[in-house]
Design a binder for this molecule. Sequence first.
Ligand code: MG
Length: 234
Amino acid sequence: MQEREVHIKAVFFDIDGTILDCSGAGKKSLIKATLEVFGTIGNMKMVDFQGKTDPVILIESLHNMGFSEQSIAEKSGALKEKYFSYLEKFILEHDSRIMPGVMEIIESLAGNDRVLLGVLTGNFRESARIKLDRFNLSAFFKIGVYGDDAPVRNGLPPVARGLIRDTLGLDIDYGDMTIIGDTVYDIDCAKNVGAVSIAVGTGWADRERLLARGPDHYFEDLRDTGRVLDIILS
Ligand SMILES: [Mg+2]
């Protein structure tokens, strides 16, 4: 097969804390939408959002208020509609920033025909788009797997592999897949399938905790773009 002769690497970026920081606009939007749709936010202010999919954040926040997973799922359409519309608004009002080096790395990888560039995130597909569009980044990513696609993050790499196979006809070994993220959950989901894990310290997790999880590579941030690209492409 023609495609077999070209060695393709798939590179997946997490969004929050890795590509960008929207300074709490996401959390604020989700809290406001949840309050309006469910009449309560339950535990949401206590829930650690890091590395979790949006559906899991909702379940953890609301289950002690008597909402079953099914009752949360039934209202998810209404919730998403409000959440996305608040996010569109708040993301412009908050001091969002793109992390150091990320723009250059994304541009370089997107222009490399040996690389398939994607996002792998716990965000809903639409909230991911809104966040990426804040910095005109959506078009760089050929593929995406989202919180809508699997209930937990460890389920996302297999979805990504299947999606690449179904949409592009490429069977990418997990060893040719790199997952870049700012939490232990990004590291876990890479290691779980044997993908290459790059942890980055631009999120909220402390360095010792990330290193203890054994990522293949660790960077304080991605500003040393030459070195980061060498590792990704090696
Ligand atoms: Mg993150």
